[in-house]
Design a protein around this ligand. Structure first.
Ligand code: NAD
Length: 488
């Protein structure tokens, strides 16, 4: 069985940790590789390498730095199918989903190729007589990313290309559940011949995270994962003087007004709820019909029942398993909770049996109707293929319900009324809003704007926020006097 290695100072090296975790195919329980549980000594080695790498990298002109990203884009494009297959094997997604996330990763590389313009400073001449003032952006230093399991290939790219283009060196810690994808990607990056230490990868879990949060050389931390860990990372990183952006969990509501187009709404909402088996931080979770709807419930049920579930490399499969046995048990437990709270199962996806994959962590698409809005399930992130369908009389009540939630990652509305859409956009407390869109995932030019407990920090991933996050401003006030020598 392959034991995964860390990538430090341009070399593949074994972890100092002597314990390993299984990397498992969630569709079959097959063990794909062993990942080190990680050691603070690995972080130390990566930090030393990254600090050295930084001193060379930051002096390289930005126009030269982005040449590496142009090459990286090409490498990712040429290898997208292979990477997508790895994503399927270790995360359980479908091949199309694996490929789609790499398209978004590549889009972020493309966007970061524009950093020679995005990183430009500001200049004011004569702020007083003969005095000029300007602001330049300089890299932070060594930065690090702590990634979740659900987008093994895309999420590191919300940060990594921007960090490098801005002149920082980088340490990546993939999720220990899905370390193979970025191992493959870093293998491709090895072909770029970046200066040693500019990009490093350390595998592992909590000990590595704590090592990153405590190491004095590391100046910036980008985290994506559950809210409880996001809060921990944010607090500990900040306490150690680091700049931190920490994206957390979600519970995304979608309002369907009576004037919404039923066919379009059904297709988009069902894709949003069940895509990636509901393991998306932008998965629609609570579907709220407002007012009188004659047939939306029936339409959602019909479309949900037919969704083919199975191993993501098989033809026609639209949904794979959830990531782990624990996750399957947790989601099943939450379905039971919804039933205990008074919900009714319109589609029951428990006890799914997938021929040839009997051991897989499969839950078929499930719809629970009429869970109480003040119950536990209505406020809990399920992170599995479960739609909670509720009915509310007015848009005001629906918005009030949305705003009472603790998360604020995404909220969507389906309607043909511009007036209602505008009211919703204005009032809904979430950082990513969809109007007749089911997964309001910002493209690379825009920040991924979670609010409330879905985000801890100031500057989000992607777009101009990324340039701000990965640079620090330096303001220079400058005077040149002919008679300077004589006067002083
Ligand atoms: P997670 O919080 O369990 O793990 C995320 C990372 O933190 C991993 O690298 C893991 O090794 C590390 N980690 C886990 N527990 C830790 C601990 N106690 N101390 C220190 N480090 C720890 O998250 P996950 O299960 O991998 O991902 C799913 C979660 O991520 C969901 O809640 C989902 O909503 C969220 N998510 C959010 C976004 C977003 O943009 N807001 C995007 C994707 C996923």
């Amino acid at each position: 069985m392959e034991k995964l290695q860390n990538y430090i100072n341009g070399e593949w090296v074994s972890s100092r940790s002597e314990t390993f975790l299984n990397v498992v195919n969630p569709a079959s329980q097959e063990v794909l590789a062993l990942v080190p549980s990680g050691s603070v000594k690995d972080v130390e080695a990566a930090a030393v390498a990254a600090e050295k790498g930084f001193s060379e990298w930051r002096r390289m002109p930005v126009s030269k730095r982005v040449q590496y990203l142009f090459q990286l884009k090409k490498l990712l494009e040429d290898n997208i199918d292979d990477i997508a297959r790895t994503i399927v094997l270790e995360s359980g997604k479908t091949f199309i989903e694996g490929k789609a996330e790499m398209v978004r990763a590549i889009e972020n590389v493309e966007n970061a190729c524009g950093i020679p313009t995005l990183i430009q400073g500001e200049f004011s001449e004569d702020i007083a007589q003969g005095i000029d003032e300007y602001m330049i952006r300089q890299p932070l230093g060594v930065c690090a990313c702590i990634a979740p399991f659900n987008f093994p290939g895309m999420i590191p790219f919300w940060f990594l290309p921007y960090a490098l283009a801005c002149g920082n060196s980088y340490i990546l810690k993939p999720s220990e559940k899905v370390p193979l994808t970025m191992t493959k990607v870093i293998g491709l990056m090895d072909q770029l011949n970046l200066p040693k230490g500019v990009i490093n990868m350390v595998h592992g879990g909590r000990e590595v995270v704590d090592g990153l949060l405590e190491h004095p050389v590391i100046k910036g931390i980008s985290f994506v994962g559950s809210s409880s860990v996001a809060r921990y990372v944010y607090a500990k990183g900040a306490a150690n003087g680091k700049r931190v952006q920490a994206q957390g969990g979600a519970k995304n509501p979608v309002i369907i007004l009576p004037d919404a187009d039923i066919d379009m709404t059904t297709q988009i909402v069902v894709d949003s709820v069940f895509g990636c088996a509901g393991q998306r931080c932008l998965a629609a979770s609570t579907i709220i019909t407002v007012g009188e709807h004659s047939d939306i419930t029936e339409s959602l049920v019909e479309s949900t029942k037919d969704r083919k579930t199975g191993f993501g490399l098989e033809e026609g499969v639209l949904m794979g398993p959830v990531i782990s046995v624990e996750s399957k048990n947790r989601v099943n437990g939450l379905i039971s909770k919804g039933l205990n709270e008074g919900g009714k199962l319109l589609v029951d996806g428990r006890n799914a049996e997938i021929s040839g994959f009997e051991q897989g962590n499969f839950i078929k698409p499930t719809i629970l109707e009429n869970i109480p809005l003040d119950g536990e399930l209505a406020g809990t992130e399920i992170f599995g293929p479960v739609m909670s369908l509720v009915h509310i009389q007015t848009i005001e009540e629906a918005i009030q319900f949305i705003n009472s939630g603790k998360y604020g990652n995404m909220a969507c509305i389906f309607t043909s009324s511009g007036l209602h859409a505008r009211k919703f956009r204005h009032e809904a407390e979430a950082g990513n809003i969809g109007i007749n869109i089911g997964v309001a995932a910002p493209v690379a030019q825009f920040p991924f704007s979670g609010w409330k407990e879905s985000f801890y920090g100031d500057l989000h991933g992607q777009g101009k926020h990324a340039v701000e996050f990965f640079t620090q401003t330096k303001v220079v006030i400058e005077r040149w006097l002919k008679e300077w020598n004589r006067k002083f």
